[in-house]
Ligand binder design. Sequence first.
Ligand code: SAM
Length: 281
Amino acid sequence: MTKIKPGKKLKSSDQPCQAELADKFVCYQQSVQEPDHEVEVFDQIYREAFKSKALTLREDFCGTFAVSCEWAKSDKDRKALGIDICPETLQWGVENNLGKLKPRVAERVEVLEQDVRTKTTPQVDVLAAQNFSFWIFKTREEVVNYFRIAYENLNDKGVMIMDMMGGKECYATDVTDKRTIVKGKKGFKYHWEQAYFNPVNADCSFYIHFKFGDGSKIEKAFEYHWRFWTISEVREMLAEAGFSKSLVYWDVADEDEDADWQSVDKAPNDDSWLSYVVGIK
Ligand SMILES: C[S@@+](CC[C@H](N)C(=O)[O-])C[C@H]1O[C@@H](n2cnc3c(N)ncnc32)[C@H](O)[C@@H]1O
């Protein structure tokens, strides 16, 4: 459960602390999301698969659907459909992301409050499930069932794209990765806590906390209780669900360079990595 913890300096004052004034979704978007990068990657992957331009996106587990909004902005012929089960998150996206788009762009974004395991029409070119969201499904049966529905939601020329993380550092527990997102007294830090991992069944728990310049905190702003899936397991499940082929995109750029995502058969055993697994219909 989300908890606001006041900073020491402001404990006895009537002034609200920064954590009370902050919006956790704003902090999340600033810390975690790069919608323009996601759209570029989806565009590249689709072009490489089908030598044409993807026009329709379904963003499963869309949260505040920042990626859907960016997709519609990227081309006047592009449409996006965002799906999420949480009304509060979707409403925030309507007010803060959709509301900022020009009306002619906004009308090309639709959102539905429903379970991702639902068939929708029309079918789409790209179905994306980002930020490891399908890890909420903890059994093979549940994931394959979800992938089968995703397959049906795709056009004949369609790709399903999911990001994955791994490497030995990602399995370490009692570890919190801290990053400064906005510097200074009025700024804030993003904390990614790796709280729990059970090697027997790969159950894991992660928390996002935000810490502010005045010492106040939003604790457990977001929490995730997942199964830690591996790339090879996900590829096997994509095949089982009917996908004709799967690919793995890896960032092959040097650390100080912009990301360069390439389809690979082999990758270095980095301590911590992100990749995209792609199912081709
Ligand atoms: C990790 S967040 C990801 C948000 C967004 N995709 C992003 O990249 O930041 C997971 C989202 O999945 C939603 N969710 C969880 N289970 C779901 C389900 N069965 N169907 C639809 N949405 C679901 C949650 O409400 C939450 O917004």
